[in-house]
Design a protein around this ligand. Structure first.
Ligand SMILES: [Zn+2]
Length: 118
């Protein structure tokens, strides 16, 4: 990559691993939250049960997004291992540094992301 001099793969790797640790802890605790709703269901009133189900649905969605992010982190760590980090998986061009700063796990440049509808 031609303009990759300001990217430090080791720093990115350390940040991704730290983020992964945090996510793994959160995934564990939200599994706990979902179980609690099920156990309490018979004891709560109709409205608060709806609240509980709503927050359960939110917990499930949050959990799903965390697992997607974990997969993205694993993939990014793999690209660092392979020396491909910061290179677009779609067109092979360097990914803009600003884009990587905002989303360190993105595998594609802005042009490829937009043409893929993401
Ligand atoms: Zn691209």
């Amino acid at each position: 990559m031609s303009d990759g001099s300001d990217i430090d793969p080791e720093a990115v790797r350390a940040a991704l691993i730290a983020r992964r640790e945090g996510l793994l802890r959160l995934v564990g605790s939200s599994a706990e939250a979902r179980r609690t709703v099920v156990l309490d269901q018979s004891r709560v009133g109709r409205l608060s049960r709806m609240d509980a189900l709503q927050s359960q649905a939110m917990a499930v969605e949050t959990d799903r997004r965390r697992k997607v992010e974990l997969q993205q982190i694993e993939a990014a760590l793999g690209r660092i291992e392979d020396g491909d980090y910061g290179t677009c998986a779609g067109c092979g061009e360097a990914i803009a540094r600003k884009r990587l700063a905002l989303n360190p796990t993105t595998p594609v440049c802005i042009d490829c992301a937009q043409s893929a509808g993401r």
